[in-house]
Design a protein around this ligand. Structure first.
Ligand SMILES: CC(C)(COP(=O)(O)OP(=O)(O)OC[C@H]1O[C@@H](n2cnc3c(N)ncnc32)[C@H](O)[C@@H]1OP(=O)(O)O)[C@@H](O)C(=O)NCCC(=O)NCCS
Length: 204
């Protein structure tokens, strides 16, 4: 009886555990949103010319999917901050939570020849009661893998998420950055606020 309970198929709970562990290509959000951006409103120049639809030879810009876990998504994020020991199950649960909320727009650049993620950034929608029940965008986790820096991918990601925040109806979009990166974000029209960013950490 006990052996039967432990069997993955005969025990519905175990079967569910297996089912949710499958990584796939389902996008976090509608990829059409990226293709439909009005690229003429982009504030920076690209040389050579690249765009969300044509990010460069062998590259694709698209929404995050769970299969990106096996394409080095965390390896890239690890170049920005501590990522922790995340299991596949934790990753999928978090992805599903973000997808169901409809407020998370994590984009990745994949090198199709390597099958690896080389850059990522995320736009998050914050819903307000103020400003006529407006939406504010927040850009987080902007990182380009060190071997791909200086190839305009950071500029591409920031341009895309800034335009996306406008398209999605945000009244403003904000981000926090280190002083050394201020000049990078100023290229896209961001200006330093006179407000001070404060935090209280409960863990690392
Ligand atoms: C900051 C970062 C995202 C830039 O990405 P990138 O792909 O290397 O940058 P790009 O090739 O798109 O560079 C775009 C332009 O910004 C400039 N630039 C790049 N990094 C810059 C910085 N830190 N400060 C000022 N300008 C910068 C480049 O000189 C280039 O200028 P140009 O268009 O006039 O030629 C990347 O260096 C990175 O991932 N750094 C580590 C993680 C990090 O700090 N993320 C930001 C968290 S707030």
């Amino acid at each position: 009886m006990q052996a039967q309970l432990l069997h993955p198929i005969s025990n519905p709970c175990n079967f569910f555990r297996i089912a949710v562990m499958i990584l796939d290509e389902a996008p976090l959000f509608d990829p059409g949103l990226l293709a439909e951006l009005d690229w003429s409103q982009n504030m920076v120049s690209f040389c050579p010319d690249i765009s969300p639809v044509h990010p460069g030879a062998g590259l694709v810009l698209r929404p995050l999917c769970t299969s990106d876990l096996d394409r080095g998504f965390y390896k890239v994020l690890g170049q920005l901050t501590k990522v922790g020991d995340v299991t596949t199950e934790q990753f999928i649960k978090k992805f599903e939570h973000m997808k169901q909320s409809g407020d998370y727009y994590a984009v990745v650049v994949e090198d199709l020849n390597l099958g690896q993620i080389v850059a990522t950034a995320t736009l998050i929608m914050e819903h307000k009661f103020i400003h006529g029940c407006a939406k504010r965008g927040r850009i987080e986790e902007v990182v380009v893998s060190d071997e791909c820096r200086g190839k305009q991918l950071g500029k591409l990601l920031l341009s895309v998420l800034t335009l996306l925040s406008k398209k999605l109806g945000c009244y403003k979009v904000t981000l926090e950055c280190k002083p050394k990166n201020v000049a990078f974000y100023e290229k896209f029209g961001y200006v330093a606020s006179d407000e001070t960013y404060m935090q209280r950490r409960f863990s690392d």
